[in-house]
Design a binder for this molecule. Structure first.
Ligand SMILES: [Zn+2]
Length: 392
């Protein structure tokens, strides 16, 4: 787009400034309805409607029919430019990859199992190969890839692009992941924690849409959180904010892999759940425990409910400190719904200050595993539009 420059303060310059506000709002929040755009930009619905019509005619934004709160609405998103984005999310046992156009619209996805004790080199090699295969499968070319978002289930220093803890993901110690992946894929790469990416994904397209202050808790093999403050992911001074798994629940509790005692992770991580069931149920996987919980097995239900209560105690601390509107619970454990969420909710009500506890909703995540990929593609889209702005 080549904006027509008017004199400062003229109708033309005001109109161009308002158009820029609309485009920035869609860049920051993803696709929005015109009513939502009016709310975010502070412009009147009539003004938004006129600007959107002009931006669509100039192919800056594209329009798609949608339904919001049961009513028909038009969804405004950035028009797809040239190029592809890649999102990569490492789980504790797998790698998931998605490729999208530059607006974040997913064109294809793929997953591959990963041994728990893999080394960083092996993980990055597999991730790069998966991205290459997938770009090929969607009919693209690697030189059409413009940016990638990369998520690891560990504390990540988003400033240096390295894993921020030596103990949590041992095979990745001291590896400059963002830089190495950038070398393998030949595009800029943003490295983040998967809980942050899932929070961002739910914020863009799931249960956190339109929320300003919120916490996303990922309860899976390990436990982590992503914090949303004033409508954005809060990463702290070095990117490791939200490490709820290493909040102390019992000062005299078991020693954690991080070196502390009685961290939340030592009570609700998969190891703790499986150990608690070993005598009565024998060798199980986390998936077995969740399947049996859904089937009504009393021992499995008890262990999952206790995990919910422990998570609630830690979440009550977040509620006191951040006063969020909503806590969204995702990850493998969230699959069992109220068996986990009810005791979690009760612990918040018991442990947080009453006014903060009363105002917080506790809900299950909407996007499931997809949230991390949506978030990874969103950070890639941001890298892409930053690069375009510098170039243009
Ligand atoms: Zn710990």
């Amino acid at each position: 787009m080549k904006p027509t420059q008017g004199a400062p303060g003229s109708q033309t310059s005001l109109r161009e400034a308002n158009k820029a506000r609309v485009v920035e709002a869609v860049e920051q929040h993803g696709a929005l309805t015109q009513v939502e755009l009016a709310g975010v930009t502070g412009l009147s619905p009539a003004t938004v409607s006129n600007l959107v019509r002009e931006l669509a005619a100039a192919s800056v934004v594209s329009l798609a029919p949608s339904v919001r709160s049961g009513r028909r609405a038009v969804l405004v998103s950035l028009a797809a430019g040239e190029g592809l984005l890649a999102g990569v999310a490492f789980g504790d046992r797998d790698i998931r990859v998605a490729v999208s156009d530059t607006t974040g619209h997913i064109l294809g996805r793929q997953r591959m199992p990963l041994p728990a004790d893999h080394h960083a080199d092996e993980g990055m090699e597999r991730a790069a190969r998966l991205v290459g295969d997938l770009v090929d499968r969607v009919g693209g070319r690697m030189d059409g890839l413009t940016a990638a978002g990369f998520g690891l289930p560990a504390p990540v220093d988003t400033v240096s692009g390295e894993v921020g803890s030596e103990a949590v993901l041992p095979g990745w110690r001291g590896v400059p992941v963002a830089q190495e992946m950038s070398g393998r894929l030949r595009v800029p790469v943003h490295l983040d924690n998967t809980a942050n990416l899932a929070a961002l994904g739910e914020l863009r397209a799931g249960s956190l849409r339109g929320r300003q202050n919120a916490c996303y808790i990922k309860a899976s093999y390990g436990i982590g959180a992503g914090l949303i403050i004033n409508g954005e992911v809060f990463r702290g001074s070095a990117g490791t904010a939200g490490e709820i798994g290493h909040v102390t629940i019992d000062e005299n509790g078991p020693v954690c892999r991080c070196g502390n005692r009685g961290c939340l992770d030592t009570f609700v991580g998969s190891r703790a759940l499986l150990d608690a069931l070993a005598v009565s149920h024998g060798e199980l996987t986390l998936r077995d425990v969740l399947n049996r919980t859904e089937a009504g097995d009393p021992g499995c239900r008890r262990v999952v409910a206790d995990a919910g209560r422990h998570i609630g105690v830690a979440a009550a601390g977040l509620v006191n400190l951040l006063n969020p509107e909503v806590i969204v619970v995702g990850g493998q454990l969230a699959r069992v719904g109220d068996v986990l969420l009810s005791p979690l909710r009760e612990a918040i009500d018991r442990c947080a200050i009453p006014s903060a506890a009363a105002s917080v909703e506790v809900v299950g995540a909407q996007l499931g595993e997809e949230a991390e990929l949506v978030g990874a593609l969103a950070v890639a889209a941001q890298l892409h539009s930053d690069a375009r702005r510098v170039a243009g």
